[in-house]
Design a binder for this molecule. Structure first.
Ligand code: GLY
Length: 393
């Protein structure tokens, strides 16, 4: 059992030791998951064209360089910087291919070039961040005041689609305003967050995954089920994105309704967890179904810590802090592998309820686990949350 700050530091030390080995093994590959032998895969050498599914523009490709920057911050070892910079040069290629891009340029570029610029003031990283933010801002639909999620890719008409995960990506826009002092980026982020708040949050505090608006008039059309159990259910990772995203938008704008929304979803999340020993893929899935999502647990852990820090009421702060720490403690006790038998740390994540594979390694679970531990040991890079360093560069 992890008990106090010193124990969080011990856990982080174990990760540091493992990452020292993993980073040399992985070099400048860009992993998403591990193969059956526990080796990381690579999303930068799959022989795919930019824009194809699982190619270089795959939405999770910022998380591994993000982990490298977390380790650079943690240890100061130059090798992390070297590997991360190589990956960033690969990711930069995606900026020239609009067709392959999507709203997840936030995840892709905040964690890679954004962290790079934060730590090293690398001018090329700065340019990439602003370039990505401009692409994200360009996805804003003026009539509906939302950021379009994906391109059509020849499948559906997705001109009016937006998704809850976007609440994390808009952090890139707030950053861009901080970096350039041009308010347009933050204006778009706030407008989008208000639209999401108005249409995604259900009465009980649960959150929809995908909503469609008429791209011409901006009118709300309908919602879709997405990666959870079914339409109308509560996909846990989406709930976690919402808690974190609204907390972060509150920090950036001080618009109190955002904090109230984050708390409403957080209260729903805590209530639902009473029925589960580990975070399921969907709170509405049958209890007998053992599909878990440790990534949702890790994201929620970091989100609850962030939410706790924003509370004026000490009791609420304590409740959210304790819950975040509990989620983290459970991951460390039951769902982490600190050995060298596999490249990943967190086990038992699931990308989607209806996928064939469940309870496996997914890269973003590791990123958020480390982020939460760094918050608890005052060493966080504060990518989403309020920074303790010099944010306004
Ligand atoms: N952005 C998609 C997901 O959370 O799986």
């Amino acid at each position: 059992m992890v008990e106090n700050k010193r124990d969080w530091a011990v856990a982080l030390k174990k990760i540091e030791q493992k990452m020292d080995w993993v980073a040399d093994k992985t070099q400048d590959r860009i992993p998403y998951t591990t193969d059956s032998d526990g080796n990381y895969d690579d999303h930068s050498s799959l022989g795919k064209q930019i824009g194809e599914y699982y190619s270089l523009s795959w939405w999770t490709n910022g998380f591994y360089p993000g982990i490298l920057w977390q380790m650079y911050q943690q240890t100061g070892k130059e090798k992390y910087r070297t590997y991360a910079e190589k990956i960033e040069r690969k990711l930069a290629l995606t900026l020239t291919s609009f067709e392959g891009l999507h709203h997840d340029v936030g995840f892709m570029f905040l964690l890679s070039s954004g962290a790079d610029y934060r730590l090293t003031q690398n001018k090329q990283a700065f340019t990439r961040v602003i370039h990505a933010a401009t692409i994200l801002a360009g996805r804003f639909n003026l009539a509906g005041r939302f950021i379009r999620a994906w391109n059509d890719e020849g499948v559906d008409d997705r001109r009016g689609w937006t998704i809850i995960d976007s609440m994390m990506n808009i952090r890139l826009l707030y950053w861009a305003t901080d970096l350039t002092h041009d308010p347009r980026f933050a204006q778009i982020a706030k407008a989008h967050a208000i639209t999401v708040q108005n249409h995604f949050i259900r009465e009980d505090g649960s959150v929809k995954h995908i909503c469609e608006f008429n791209p011409e008039t901006g009118e709300y059309v309908k919602s879709f089920g997405g990666q959870g159990l079914q339409h109308g259910s509560a996909w846990t990772r989406g709930q976690a994105w919402a808690i974190y995203g609204f907390t972060m938008s509150y920090e950036q704008t001080r618009h109190t309704e955002f904090l109230q929304t984050a708390s409403k979803v957080a209260d729903y999340f805590m209530q639902q967890m009473k029925g589960w020993s580990h975070v399921p893929v969907d709170f509405d899935q049958p209890n007998a179904v053992a599909y878990e999502d440790s990534s949702a647990a890790a994201i929620a852990a970091s989100a609850f810590l962030e939410l706790a820090a924003q509370q004026e009421n000490p009791q609420m702060a304590q409740t959210y802090q304790k819950f975040g720490e509990q989620l983290l403690r459970q991951l460390l006790d039951d769902r982490c592998d600190f050995t060298t038998s596999c490249d990943n740390i967190v086990t038992h994540s699931s990308a989607a309820y209806h996928e064939e594979q469940h309870n496996y390694a997914i890269i973003y679970a590791d990123f958020f686990l480390i982020e939460a531990l760094q918050k608890l040991t005052d060493s966080s890079l504060s990518i989403w949350g309020q920074t303790k360093n010099s944010e306004r560069i």
